[in-house]
Ligand binder design. Sequence first.
Ligand code: G1P
Length: 284
Amino acid sequence: MKKSLGIRKCLFPAAGYGTRFLPATKAMPKEMLPIVNKPLIQYGVEEALEAGMTQIGFIVGRGKRAIADHFDNNYELEHQIKGTSKEKYLDDIRNVMDSCDFVFMRQREMLGLGHAILTGEPMIGTEPFAVILADDLCAAPTEEDDMKALGQLAALYQRYQCSIIAIEEVPMEDTASYGIISGEEIADGIYQVRDMVEKPNPEDAPTNMAIIGRYILTPEIFDYLRKTKPGANGEIQITDALRALAQDRQVLAVKFKGRRFDCGSVEGFIEATNYYYENSYKSK
Ligand code: G1P
């Protein structure tokens, strides 16, 4: 684990159905789909741990018990492979389990990402916290030692002490899949957010700077979420709450370094699989 960057808690909204991966996701949470041999959600938790966060909160819905089992002991299996050459395959998950505490909160109704984050309030309390959307898989810029996206945001939080979101430029025709921001560049790749809009059509999008699933949020976001009305898709959107926050306080958007795969789409999932097979799995 790297040195602490001051933020201890990270939320993982994980209540969605994963319809794009049916039938694979009929009886299995989409967060458990593996990129090579590791479930998507574990990559996310490892990224949080690398950024110094050890209090991990999952916002889950029905049918997500496999996530809880994944981060728990499996005595039968461990007994079976103890002392064999296969034990090494458990190294990464054991490290995560030994380093983190896990909290599970149930989102009873699927009312949107903003609502999922609000469901996490009892675990967060009044401290700044992170959010990872595990569908967005972020690889380090170059060597394994480099910080991935969340670590980069957490390091910036130390300096700016405000809510910070990760962004990436996307093709203009894809804006309707993302939250889109506009703002002033105040330092290299760092924007002071002026406006943000959830899933605009290209003709309505202010820019092509898309929000990626990594956020550092200050706790006043909960008050804004409580006041947020349903927006795009009739859901309570974190983007709308952040837009309101940006009117009152500083909110930054940062072009993070490294590669990001949209594992919520089949194409992105395959790209990530090939990338991790070549760059991580094969070289082990
Ligand atoms: C969510 C957010 C959106 C963001 C995206 C990143 O949308 O609402 O602002 O750009 O994640 O992946 P979703 O992909 O869950 O529809």
